[in-house]
Design a protein around this ligand. Structure first.
Ligand SMILES: CCCCCCCC/C=C\CCCCCCCC(=O)N[C@@H](CC(N)=O)C(=O)O
Length: 569
């Protein structure tokens, strides 16, 4: 090949790449329905009254701690149960609501809708919390005191705002005479923090034993309304978890030889294990960017970014390695691109002058959906590369596949629209839940599983999960209640509203109307996208005349000149 031919080929390749890059950059724009913003002045806005605030604080003061599987504060769970019972009298006395206590502490509410042809949906949350080291907190973790408009308490964002928010919304709706069309379930597990095997699993079994085969969608705790977490985006980003990382907890064990510390061996069990753990920390797993839900997330968000970032994020096939490096720099973004590794426990030795007879460490991996448990085990074994370290699986779960997040996916769009009604300046996108939830116990009921917590977060707040100073602002708790209100109201519809092309014109006007000049009788609705779609000749004539009048009427300067027929002029 001559030099000239080489140059032409290179220019052709670069031009082709440029075209692909630009086409992707400007065509990846997600669905945006026109939603009616929820305003504090709305007649159905649920205001955070003193009473509502007090019962939330009371729920937070009850320390429903889970310690390990089967080990949780049973008395406190019962106390929380009676607090819910007292706080929501309408919910607990409504003929539309049936409550079952499952496995002694978990709660399953069945809310009966009038239209049995609609598939029910499921809202879930958990009653338990993780322990808290009180001395490290600014305010005591189980007092629920308020400072600078924030309520500080263990469970404030994980996840008693969900429990109380859902019940406040339902109490309000029922007290206003709400009678749902679509049935729904509310499941509150009591041991989510220790994998939900006693609570959520039992709720799921109860639903199965009732013959429930399918739910339309499931909404559980999950990602949040994030401010400043995603490089390049200033506005809040509400991420809806469509997938969930798996986990793998490995036990590393080294058998040593006890003896007198005055005559040490070259290496002790603790020393051998420390080296293994150190190698694990020094060798993070590779980035999987582009192979899981994070790809969809970045492609959804690209159009919100400045041009350079937009080009990069729309074309991960080309710029993946740069983005991987960038995302690796901070724990929250690092968590979404790879399987992460945390050494969470290390035990060895019994006395200062005794050589340890053994040592144990636990490694907790959160697994990216593109990787298998076996791959991670093999990786660790190769990195440790020391047969004296025995590796065994303590617990595991494979990652959950991505739930649908398309333009016509009912559950996803209901959640996305409800979010945008509350956080009107937020953009929504599918994401990957980096922690684990109770959703694993419900996966047989639907592939439409979504994980979203109505929690507003700023950088640094992620450390409050299971950490110190967990808190929620009063305003955010009010938003959480109203978010669940809208979920219940929106999900009660049969079909997605705004399922038309109008969303593509939303930027031009807020005056968007949807009407078909079609005469319908009961039963005709099945003809839409069904069989025997038809229109009468007369109706078609009416349709023509309807559009004639739309055009002539809209041609007026203002409403006063509207007339019925031209012969009336
Ligand atoms: C670019 C986007 C970055 C994403 C940033 C995420 C910021 C933080 C948002 C949500 C964090 C969610 C993590 C909390 C998990 C809460 C649930 C939980 O704790 N589950 C337990 C359950 C268990 N024992 O299996 C868990 O350990 O995961």
């Amino acid at each position: 090949m001559s030099c000239k031919q080489l140059c032409i080929t290179l220019v052709a390749i670069c031009s082709a790449l440029l075209v692909i890059v630009l086409v992707r950059t400007f065509t990846l724009v997600p669905r945006k329905d026109v939603v009616i913003a929820c305003k504090t002045a709305d007649s159905d806005f649920i205001k955070l009254t003193d009473q509502i605030l007090k019962r939330f604080q009371k729920a937070l003061q009850i320390d429903t701690i889970s310690f390990k599987r089967g080990e949780y504060n049973r008395d406190q769970l019962l106390l929380l149960g009676s607090h819910l019972q007292k706080s929501f009298p309408v919910v607990h006395s409504s003929p539309l609501v049936k409550l079952d206590i499952i496995a002694n502490y978990s709660r399953l509410y069945t809310i009966s809708g009038s239209n049995t042809s609609l598939t029910p949906y499921l809202l879930t949350a958990h009653l338990d919390v993780v322990p808290a080291i009180a001395e490290e907190w600014e305010l005591p973790p189980f007092d629920a005191q308020i400072k600078d408009e924030f309520i500080y308490a263990r469970g404030a964002i994980d996840f008693k705002q969900g429990i109380m928010g859902i019940l406040e919304a339902l109490e309000y709706l029922l007290s206003k005479g709400f009678k749902p069309n679509r049935s729904f379930y509310i499941g509150f597990g009591h041991d989510e923090e220790v994998t939900g095997v006693d609570g959520a699993r039992a709720i799921s079994q109860e639903l199965q034993s009732r013959g429930l085969k399918q739910v339309e969608f499931l909404l559980d705790e999950g990602l949040a309304v994030l401010n400043g977490f995603i490089p390049g985006i200033k506005k809040p980003v509400a991420l809806i978890g469509i997938g969930e990382k798996g986990f793998l907890t490995l036990k590393l064990y080294v058998k040593g030889e006890a003896g007198h510390s005055s005559m040490p061996l070259k290496e002790t069990a603790i020393g051998i294990l420390a080296k293994a753990v150190s190698k694990i920390e020094d060798n993070p797993l590779p980035s999987m960017l582009g192979y899981g839900p994070e790809k969809e997330m970045l492609e959804h968000l690209a159009h919100e970014m400045p041009l350079a970032a937009r080009i990069v994020m729309s074309n991960l096939w080309l710029f993946g390695p740069i983005v991987s490096w960038f995302f690796s720099q901070k724990p929250p973004t690092n968590a979404i691109i790879r399987t992460v590794t945390s050494v969470t426990m290390f035990n060895g030795g019994v006395k200062t002058n005794v050589l340890p007879s053994d040592a144990t460490a636990y490694i907790n991996h959160r697994i990216h959906p593109a990787q298998s448990l076996q791959e991670i085990m093999d990786y660790d074994r190769a990195v440790i590369n020391d047969d004296r370290v025995q590796i065994s699986v303590e617990d595991s779960m494979v990652a959950a596949a991505g739930s649908p997040s398309g333009e016509n996916d009912f559950g996803y769009q209901i959640i996305s629209n409800s979010i945008r009604q509350i956080w009107t300046n937020a953009t929504t996108a599918p994401g990957m839940m980096i922690g684990n939830t109770d959703t694993k116990h419900y996966k047989d009921f639907t592939k439409n599983i979504y994980r979203f917590s109505p929690t507003v977060m700023f950088p640094g707040d992620e450390k409050r999960f299971h950490g110190v100073n967990e808190r929620i602002s009063k305003n955010n708790y009010e938003q959480a209640i109203n978010f669940y209100y809208h979920i219940i109201v929106n999900a009660d519809k049969r079909l997605l509203m705004g399922n038309t092309d109008t969303r593509h014109y939303a930027m031009f006007t807020k005056n968007i109307y949807r009407f078909c000049p079609t005469v319908m009788f009961l039963g005709d609705e099945k003809r839409f996208h069904g069989i025997n779609e038809r229109i009468s000749k007369k109706n078609y004539e009416q349709a023509i005349n309807f559009y004639y009048h739309v055009i002539t009427n809209a041609d007026q300067r203002s409403l006063i000149n509207i007339h019925q027929h031209s012969d009336e002029l």
